[in-house]
Design a protein around this ligand. Structure first.
Ligand code: ZN
Length: 333
């Protein structure tokens, strides 16, 4: 598909499905949002980050692109601020219902309500143990509750989506598929009748979704969840039109699933090689991401490195231990 819609405008990707591209203040500078039309109104899948700039884009879309129909439903694929940041605002603005999986809703609510002091304390301990230097830790300490800064208060009421549910929109059923790895219970929507798959961040066409270990669950193995999800998604037809949250719509789902799995297999070998000497997470991060990283990117890079390290440790290919200096180190058996 050539090009993309400008902020505040829409493009039709299929009958009754509009594509909106909202700006993001990060290196990854946009998120795709999908508007599904039905007789009684629109379902919005994901919202953009909680900012005045995004609200302005929405107001323009509401004025120009909704064909006089209301927004009746907001679906969040997962709890990340670029996806759920304006859910609360949109629900209030339209008296719409809010749909998400229970885990994603709870996680977003939990993080948004956590005190900045508590969040900084947990994350400083985590990143110190990972081996980040004092300068990087000082930047982390300044972040406060960076999650809460990216969202308007999340909706207090949920319509829960579960794997296997069917969500009828505009005369067709959308099947709820949940995945793991990027977040714990990420919702994807598959419409078999129309051959369309709303993938969220679970499957992206050019970049690989971030698979990170976070301070709240330092021993987690999200890469295992992610690889298992890729396997399960192979049961979907290969000729679906995939609507991803970043980049552009694409076809060729199976080749993309294979490429993502291969990418992580390569990364795992690279990480084993990086641990010839006992290595901290920070040291492995520098091998995996050999370029300057801004603080936002550093958080994701450290999380991604630890996801690969924990995955290898869970399989006995690396040994994971906390040394006397309080640093977590990984080495070959
Ligand atoms: Zn995400």
């Amino acid at each position: 598909m050539d090009g993309f819609p400008e902020p505040g405008t829409v493009r039709r990707v299929a009958p009754g499905i509009l594509w909106v591209r909202m700006p993001l203040p990060f290196a990854l500078n946009h998120i795709n949002i999908w508007l599904l039309e039905a007789e009684d109104g629109w379902t919005i899948v994901d919202t953009g980050i909680g900012s005045n700039r995004t609200k302005d884009c929405w107001e323009r879309i509401f004025r120009e692109s909704l064909a006089g129909k209301p927004v009746v439903r907001i679906v969040a694929t997962h709890f990340h601020p670029d996806h759920v940041g304006l859910a609360g605002w949109l629900v209030d603005r339209w008296q719409a219902e809010f749909c998400a999986s229970l885990t994603e809703w709870l996680f977003g609510r939990m993080l948004s309500l956590e005190s900045p002091e508590a969040m900084v304390r947990t994350s400083l301990a985590f990143y110190r143990r990972a081996g980040l230097d004092e300068a990087a830790l000082a930047v982390m300490a300044e972040r406060g509750n960076s999650y809460a800064k990216g969202v308007t208060p999340l909706p207090a009421r949920l319509r829960r989506l579960k794997a296997g549910d069917r969500l009828p929109i505009g005369g067709t059923d959308w099947h709820v598929i949940t995945g793991g790895g990027h977040t714990p219970e990420h919702v994807c929507l598959h419409c078999p009748d129309r051959g369309i798959f709303i993938a969220g961040d679970q499957v992206l066409p050019r970049i690989s979704p971030n698979i990170s270990v976070w301070a709240s669950e330092p021993d987690a193995d999200p890469l295992d969840d992610f690889l298992r999800t890729l396997d399960r998604l192979r049961s979907l037809p290969d000729d679906l039109l995939v609507l991803p949250s970043h980049d552009t719509p694409f076809t060729g789902l199976h080749a993309r699933l294979d490429a993502l799995a291969a990418h992580h297999r390569e990364r795992l070998e690279e990480v084993v090689n990086a641990c010839a000497e006992p290595s901290t997470v920070a040291q492995v991060t520098r091998v995996m991401f050999n370029r300057p990283l801004d603080p936002h990117q550093l958080v994701f890079a450290v999380g991604e490195a630890l996801a690969h390290l924990n995955h290898l440790a869970a399989r006995g290919r690396l040994i994971r231990r906390t040394d006397r200096d309080g640093l977590l180190r990984f080495s070959r058996p």
